[in-house]
Design a binder for this molecule. Sequence first.
Ligand SMILES: [Zn+2]
Length: 256
Amino acid sequence: MNDQQLLRYARHILLDELGIEGQERFLSARVLVVGAGGLGSPAALYLTTAGVGDITLADDDIVELSNLQRQILHVESSVGRPKAESGRDMLAAFNPETHVTARVERLDGVKLDEAVAAADLVLDCTDNFKTRHAINRACVHHRKPLVSGAAIRFDGQVSVYDLRHDDAPCYHCLFPEADDVEAVNCATTGVFAPLVGIIGAMQAAEALKLLAGIGESLSGRLLWLDVRTMQWRSVNVRRDPECEVCKDREHHAVAA
Ligand SMILES: [Zn+2]
């Protein structure tokens, strides 16, 4: 680290659990953030200011005026631009040392698989079940830690699926795929602005802890938040041995 970096990240380096070693792990980390909306905005912002070296920000959406109420990576002059590019430019203003790749596309199939394989860790900041399950499958396949967040109305949830470990559940163990699940997203139901900030910031915190290898992650626990009462509920979750997505996980090699 050079003098500028020592200064920029001084408040991390002062933390005993992190120190220079932890900060250097952030600097060399590659993180995939899928979704540059309500959750992806605060998550990517904190990853960037914290000094994560390489971020891929994927989103096929365009910034709309109705996004600005909560998607804090985008400003009024960004309306009409692709969210991934608007996000990349804003992140560069916060920390030009973080290399951000904007992918203006819906990552699926081979593209998603390759993007997950190239990352150390994945943040699911999307708002639909189909994409969530596709991201989970790719993370199971490549045994990458997945930090998942969701927010709707006044309800939020966050968890970690640390698929490097044989006993950790995957997203599908908790939320089996069902074709009849009605698409519920913020476009049609509304969401309280600071809720996505709370959940997105928690995703960033879990991601940074995993990258630095400190503390205890949310793997095996699901946190629910009701902002109306500001009550958190913690639910212990287990791997489903019959889960059709991850039951053969042991056959996938853990990446170095
Ligand atoms: Zn599973």
